[in-house]
Design a protein around this ligand. Sequence first.
Ligand code: NCD
Ligand code: ZN
Length: 342
Amino acid sequence: MPRMEITLDSPLDMHLHLRDGDMLRLVAPLSADFAGAVIMPNLVPPVTGAAALQAYSERIDTAMGGIPFTRLMTLFFKSYSAAELESARALPEFFGIKLYPAGITTNSEGGLADMAAAAPTLHLMEDMGIPLLVHGESHGFVMDREAEFLPIYRRLAQRFPKLRICMEHITTTAALHLLEEHENLCATVTLQHLLITLDDVVGGSMQPHLFCKPIAKREEDRAALLRAALSGHPRLMFGSDSAPHPQHKKECCGCAAGVFTAPLALPRLAALFAEHGAADKLQDFVSGNACRLYHLHPVPRRITLRDTPMRIPAAYRSYGQRVVPMHAGETLSWSIVPTAAG
Ligand code: NCD
Ligand code: ZN
């Protein structure tokens, strides 16, 4: 039977949580089907300075065990002086600054309480060409949080026209509309938000491994996000928001938010794009758009995907850690073709 194949040059994950310590050691190699990623800074304590950023980058490199991987490191947003920003910018792996409203998601207690206070740092970032990444949710009703944040994105885009602003993990049709309004806005979208709605999370028996922030929304939102991704929208990029938590922190009362997708994201995306006759759009979605928008040059790596099945384990475990992925125990229709090097 003829096989379908998609070969990708240096796929990038533009929003990835790798954690630290033993969890980092477990998930780093599992996240390395990509040639590189934007690494989130919401550690405990968060990454708020050049020295911490560099040290974290080195721990990631060690955890990758020799796999070539472009680390696009981020700082956690706070008020930074020009000198602090200069010392971060001097590091080759520095990518941008991630803004979390205070308390909005995992490890964001030290986030921003007052958007007005951000202006001086945002002016510096605009002048210095440092991208801003934003977790754009209000503290309102859970289904409305992203929509309620959109006016803040709009004001930022207008007030800082040269600042590159990324709306992270968008989940709504309204966010897609806003993307059209301002050239300096771009957005990432996750795998789960292309695939599931709130019904999949809580419509039947509750599925803690599909629970994340922002919560999955309505079918019309999912369909609009998928249409935009498949159409090759030039300012829409793949960012998995793969967010591993130990199994016992997901399967409990007070379940942590985050879906772990890193090891299966590329095969699942390949199946999705192929199924919709858009295999030719995947390269831009998982790399080309990001490289053009941010002038990136990730390590050259070539990944081939093929429509042969891939069994997803019930959990990934090592170093005393155990993490349950999305699609645990299922068989996907596409997989990665192993290279000679393994
Ligand atoms: C992320 C995490 O666990 O760090 N969780 C999530 O649900 N997406 C944080 C985030 O990106 O919101
Ligand atoms: Zn995230």
